[in-house]
Design a protein around this ligand. Structure first.
Ligand code: FES
Length: 117
């Protein structure tokens, strides 16, 4: 299927197998490997991205379901000049990283709380 995904403000026209997971599209087709994959069944949250402004586990969503949607990944948090997002600064300041594997998903989930605060 032909779809257009708007990821971090950039439109990507893609031809996708309807069964391809959004996490695989982001990581393998678009090279956005900041979105991590852990459990692959919706439990750990590592793969969380924002779809239309809401957190979504990209391992449970098909790429074609995101057709036309605005998607934000962890790569879209920092400013264009590389300045970290205030949430990234807070995670670093308060040692919120642990091993770091799930941090991208934590950041994207926390972003919705930060935004609403
Ligand atoms: Fe664990 Fe998606 S990889 S929730």
């Amino acid at each position: 299927m032909n779809v257009v995904l708007h990821v971090n403000g950039v439109a990507h026209a893609l031809e996708l197998d309807p069964r391809r997971l959004l996490s695989d599209v982001l990581r393998h087709d678009l090279g956005l490997t900041g979105t991590h994959v852990g459990c692959e069944h919706g439990v750990c949250g590592c793969c969380t991205v924002l779809v239309a402004g809401e957190p979504a586990r990209s391992c449970l969503m098909l790429g074609v379901q995101a057709d036309g949607a605005e998607i934000r990944t962890v790569e879209g948090l920092a400013a264009p000049d590389g300045t970290p997002h205030p949430l990234q600064v807070a995670f670093r300041r308060h040692h919120g990283l642990q091993c770091g594997f799930c941090t991208p998903g934590f950041l994207m989930t926390a972003l919705t709380v930060y935004r609403d605060a």
